[in-house]
Design a protein around this ligand. Structure first.
Ligand SMILES: Cc1cc2nc3c(=O)[nH]c(=O)nc-3n(C[C@H](O)[C@H](O)[C@H](O)COP(=O)(O)OP(=O)(O)OC[C@H]3O[C@@H](n4cnc5c(N)ncnc54)[C@H](O)[C@@H]3O)c2cc1C
Length: 450
């Protein structure tokens, strides 16, 4: 049957890690007979799910000091799914890696905070250990010594582990989702590249998805996993108009050495929507250390590609509510300084000096020769603006119209939660299409035991 005649049961828009995880779960755990994925670019995960766009971290909540215990429980469940999936197919040391990881507190207040957090979280993460200065000297010496070999004066404490899987190449993971989905011959699976969706219309109960090349695909149900573009597509259909979004780009500085042995995160200012600067081994750079990300407001939806300014403008939905959110944010001196400082990080020469000053909080010996601006690294986290409540929302959001189409917005930790988000959607899809979800098999394969 040609594409013009085919009515797919499900059509997914966007082939990042979210879209490909959903494609996999549909093929593996449901009796749905046909699924099509449309991707704007020439391959899977070229934008935020690319290994060089994000920090490659499995955010399971143990060292993310901005997560409450409640949020940590949620992310732990979905993070474990990524781990179990990789173990199921034997992807360890190929796509998923183990590194030492820790969050550090520096100075009296932060150390006190870290110990209190450890006490609160140790039941959920029994493997966590507390590292004092002496232990840190041994396991992560770069945290302690300056360029003259002199030890840090301030108090420092680390809370972490070396026993867990910490790191994933999310682009490689996405490729496996597609390949493993396609290996099921009982379902028609179709992935179409170089295909940008322009409009979505529901006509006589069937979605007509028309591309910019004027080709129309038809489906009974649609899931939009188009990252920063999802809200734009929702707005075009008149959905989610109570949301706007503001794209925050993240950049990195990289080193040609393994300055750190593992992942090192810092205590986060709770007012700021992003994880504080951290250092990570980059699996695409021979595990050399990458520092970042920064957070820069950019008037576009894709970091390194042009042509998305008007999509940015329309998806922001600028009005007095959005204005009020911005004014409130800028009134706070911590947030104002953070935004200005992050602009400075992008300025040649001065940016590096400013960034070094912050990064030296982690590695006191870090010098200008140790790092360089990582060209071509980074992505965009589209932060959702809740216009009704005049607030910047933190984290992910989903618009379920209840009418056969769902739009997912996935800033961090969207890559970690790809399988969990997909599971949520699979259940909704099966309900809508009257299909069966093999939940038992799913739990067996991907969920942690009791
Ligand atoms: C700097 C930075 C650091 C991060 N670090 C981490 C981390 O360490 N751990 C973690 O879990 N998360 C991290 N994240 C978040 C994570 O990268 C994202 O949540 C995740 O990649 C989102 O995946 P996605 O598939 O939803 O979106 P994307 O990866 O953005 O994919 C969307 C896809 O949709 C396609 N698309 C868009 N519009 C259309 C259209 N009209 N038609 C067809 N296709 C379309 C795009 O081409 C793209 O392939 C980070 C993000 C950034 C920016």
């Amino acid at each position: 049957m040609s594409d013009d005649e085919q009515i797919y049961e499900l059509l997914i828009i966007g082939g990042g890690v979210s879209g490909s995880a959903l494609f996999y779960e549909i093929s593996k755990y449901t009796d749905i007979k046909s699924v099509c994925l449309l991707e704007k670019y020439e391959e899977i995960s070229t934008l935020n799910s690319n290994a060089r766009a994000n920090s490659q971290t499995i955010h399971c909540g143990d060292i993310e000091t901005n997560y409450t215990l409640e949020k940590a429980k949620k992310v732990k469940r979905t993070a474990k799914m990524v781990e179990k999936y990789c173990l199921q197919y034997g992807y360890e040391n190929e796509i998923m890696f183990k590194h030492q990881k820790m969050a550090i507190g520096i100075g009296y207040e932060e150390c006190k905070f870290m110990i209190k957090r450890y006490e609160e979280f140790k039941e959920l993460y029994p493997y966590l250990e507390v590292y004092d200065k002496q232990k840190l000297e041994e396991i992560e010496p770069a945290l302690i010594f300056d360029e003259n070999g002199k030890g840090r004066d301030e108090e420092i404490v680390g809370v972490g582990t070396d026993s867990q899987y910490t790191t994933v190449n999310f682009k490689a993971l996405s490729d496996t989702f597609i390949n493993n989905a396609k290996s099921n011959k009982d379902i028609k699976t179709n992935v179409v590249f170089d295909t940008k969706v322009d409009t979505i219309e529901k006509i006589d109960g069937i979605f007509n998805i028309t591309t910019t090349k004027n080709k129309t695909y038809k489906a009974k149900m649609v899931i939009v996993n188009a990252g920063a573009h999802s809200l734009h597509l929702a707005h075009k259909m008149g959905h989610g108009l109570h949301y706007g979004q503001i794209p925050m780009a993240g950049s990195f500085y990289k080193s040609s050495k393994k300055i750190l042995k593992g992942k090192v995160y810092m205590v986060q200012n709770p007012k700021l929507p992003f994880a504080a600067l951290h250092g990570d081994p980059d699996v695409t750079l021979d595990e050399n250390t990458r520092f970042g990300p920064t957070a820069l407001v950019l008037p576009k939806l894709e970091r390194f590609k042009n042509g998305t300014f008007f999509e940015f403008l329309s998806s922001m939905q600028f009005d007095t509510n959005v204005m009020k959110i911005f004014v409130d944010l800028l009134k706070d001196s911590d947030i104002r300084n953070y935004i200005l400082r992050n602009f400075l990080f992008e300025v040649p020469y001065f940016g590096k000096l400013a960034f070094l000053k912050d990064a030296r909080k982690i590695v006191p010996s870090l010098g200008t020769k140790d790092i360089e601006y990582a060209k071509g690294f980074g992505g965009v986290r589209a932060q959702i603006l809740d216009k009704e409540n005049q607030k910047l929302m933190l984290g992910e959001a989903s618009i379920n119209t209840g009418d056969g189409i769902i739009f997912n917005m996935t800033p961090s930790p969207g890559a970690t939660s790809c399988l969990g988000n997909a599971q949520r959607d699979v259940e909704l899809i099966c309900e809508y299409l009257d299909a069966t979800f093999d939940k038992k098999q799913f739990q067996n394969d991907l969920e942690e035991g009791e």
